[in-house]
Design a protein around this ligand. Structure first.
Ligand SMILES: O=P(O)(O)O[C@@H]1C[C@H](O)[C@@H](CO)O1
Ligand SMILES: O=c1cc[nH]c(=O)[nH]1
Length: 323
């Protein structure tokens, strides 16, 4: 069903501007896939989103998308979609409700509110990676242009009052390495996880206008596990002491790590590889130098998560010229 029109700009490596360190300059313009095989497919089934470039008219459904907001939990992203309806003054016709476009797959949720997509990514890098591939292909098939990507998450902070908003300027793995390592064809490939500094600073300026909480920019450590991987003593297993834990957390804090979560490395690496402008904005829900357990009330957690949503909503409104 999809129309071909201006679709499928061919990828040329030279199209991607890089600095001397190999950092790709993120840019506006059409979404380009760095995969020559996609155009050879008779049909591209986006299995986990329950969409296909043949069965769905993706340009008609998604061609106006400019902002994609990811977050771990399906409920949070549904709530964010409803919040964006209000923020963008969108009229939902009588008798209609916002619906989960990917309801047939039962893996992720996907809501569209005007030019905004709200997508859940589940927990951890494997889950994030799958939905990122499929969302990027969706944007490509839909001929979207000038798209920005955001991850709105939660994290454990280091020396920060819970509720602080951290904007990631670089994502690192559990060994402080700034790239995502992926086993591909029996080789370990390293994909650098750079983020767009200008976007970080713009979001920080928006966040800082609200003085009831702090908005800071720094490094985010991304781990493959919530418990031992994040130096917690309260998992089902633990082979280290409280002193070992604190020494590790203080060491990474001294190297500029402000928070720890589980998806930033993949999100940043994949957005960088696609040369799409992107940002990661997480509230902290515990100070890991004080505690492992997350004991804040549900209301408190909702309030903290709302801070990231409000900052991104203000950014989107500003860029859509909505007063
Ligand atoms: O964005 P969310 O809050 O889902 O991400 C963090 C990282 C893990 O997926 C999860 C662990 O509680 O929260
Ligand atoms: O401590 C935390 C809190 C949220 N998410 C994490 O990955 N770690």
């Amino acid at each position: 069903m999809s129309t071909s029109q201006t679709k499928y700009p061919k990828f040329l490596d030279a199209d991607f501007e890089k600095d001397i360190s190999g950092r790709i300059t993120p840019r506006d313009g059409p979404i380009v896939l760095r995969n020559p095989h996609i155009d050879d497919l008779a049909e591209d089934v986006l299995y986990h989103l329950d969409l296909s470039d043949k069965k769905n008219d993706l340009p008609a459904m998604f061609g106006d998308v400019k902002f994609v907001c990811f977050g771990g939990s399906p409920k949070r992203m549904e709530k964010f979609a409803h919040f964006m309806v209000k923020e963008l003054n969108i009229n939902i016709q009588a008798g209609m409700t916002l619906s989960n476009i990917s309801h047939g797959s039962d893996r992720y949720v996907l809501y569209k509110v005007g030019p905004v997509l709200s997508v859940s990514h589940g927990m951890g890098i494997p889950s994030m990676s799958i939905v990122f591939h499929e969302v990027l292909k969706l944007l490509y098939h839909a001929c979207c242009k000038d798209v920005k990507l955001f991850r709105l998450g939660t994290s454990g902070g280091l020396g920060l009052e819970p509720g602080t908003v951290v904007i990631t300027d670089a994502a690192v793995d559990g060994l402080l390495r700034p790239y995502m390592e992926v086993a591909t064809l029996g080789m370990l490939l390293q994909h650098p996880a750079f983020l767009d500094r200008d976007l970080c600073e713009e979001l920080q300026a928006i966040g800082s206008a609200d003085t009831s909480y702090n908005t800071v920019i720094g490094k985010t450590m991304c781990t493959y596990d919530f418990y031992e991987g994040q130096a917690r003593l309260d998992g089902a297993f633990c082979d280290f002491t409280v002193e070992d834990k604190l020494a590790f957390l203080k060491r990474i804090h001294d190297r500029g790590v402000l928070n720890i979560e589980m998806e930033s490395l993949c999100f940043a690496a994949m957005a960088h590889r696609a040369a799409v402008k992107s940002a990661i904005i997480c509230c902290t829900i515990v100070d890991r130098l004080q505690s492992d357990q997350i004991s804040a009330s549900h209301e408190m957690l909702e309030d903290w998560q709302g801070r990231c949503q409000q900052i991104v909503a203000k950014y989107i409104r500003r860029h859509l010229n909505i007063q």
